[in-house]
Design a protein around this ligand. Structure first.
Ligand code: GRF
Length: 216
């Protein structure tokens, strides 16, 4: 079966991009990365893409007068790349209805909390501050409101007493790298359906589809 060609949109470090690059190295993995696109020319993730011989593009949001101009440039680049799925991986721009409409249900994001709790930025600081005992990460279909949309897969991790934002972030990140390739696999295998804004994953067992509960 033909592999699903994906684009990965980044703004920085690109460790989730790396997890997807690594997953795609497996001949049996049903997706391949056709483009890595960044809104930041200095994003370290671009180097990871180059090392893996993946085409890259930089579209700086500051080069455009408004969001629509920026999004039109993104849409053009994605159209030319011939990809079927857009994976946001630390992409620090909100995408509006204008961008999302033509890509309905074909844009996914990873967020370092158990959504719908703790959307937005400074997540780990806020989780620790709240006294929550569990945190985690979420891969979801993207809707226009920040960090919203049908949830595909989540992984939970404990919040340890004495955790700093950095130690918690590292524990969560390890799970991000595990579940993002899983979510892309479900989509590439056409096993994912969205019914009434809920994700149904055909053929997945409940622990597989609903909650990855790691031992860490
Ligand atoms: C990750 O924590 C991701 O969940 C969030 O931004 C961070 C990006 O990290 N959206 P990286 O660039 O993938 O290393």
């Amino acid at each position: 079966m033909a592999k699903l060609k994906i684009a990965v949109l980044i703004s920085g470090r690109g460790s989730n991009l790396q997890a997807l690059i690594d997953a795609c190295r497996d001949a049996d993995y049903p997706a391949e990365i056709g483009l890595v696109l960044s809104n930041v020319g200095a994003a370290a993730g671009l180097e990871r893409a180059r090392e893996a011989d993946i085409p890259t593009a930089v579209i700086g949001h500051k080069d455009f007068e408004d969001r629509k101009g920026f999004e039109d440039a993104l849409l053009g680049e994605l159209g030319r790349a011939g990809v079927g799925l857009v994976c946001l991986a630390g992409f620090m721009r909100l995408l509006s209805e204008h961008f999302l409409r033509p890509w309905h249900n074909r844009v996914v994001n990873i967020h370092p909390s158990l959504l719908p709790s703790f959307e937005g930025v400074h997540v780990h600081e806020r989780v620790i501050e709240s006294g929550a005992r569990l945190s985690g990460c979420t891969v979801h279909i993207v809707r226009p409101a920040m960090d919203s949309g049908p949830i595909i897969i989540q992984a939970a991790v404990p919040v340890h007493p004495g955790d700093s934002p950095e130690t918690l972030a590292a524990r969560v990140l390890e799970q991000e790298h595990r579940i993002y390739p899983m979510a892309v696999r479900y989509i590439a295998e056409s096993r994912l359906r969205i019914v009434a804004e809920r994700v149904i994953i055909d053929g997945a067992s409940a622990p597989d589809a609903a909650l990855c509960n790691p031992s860490s």
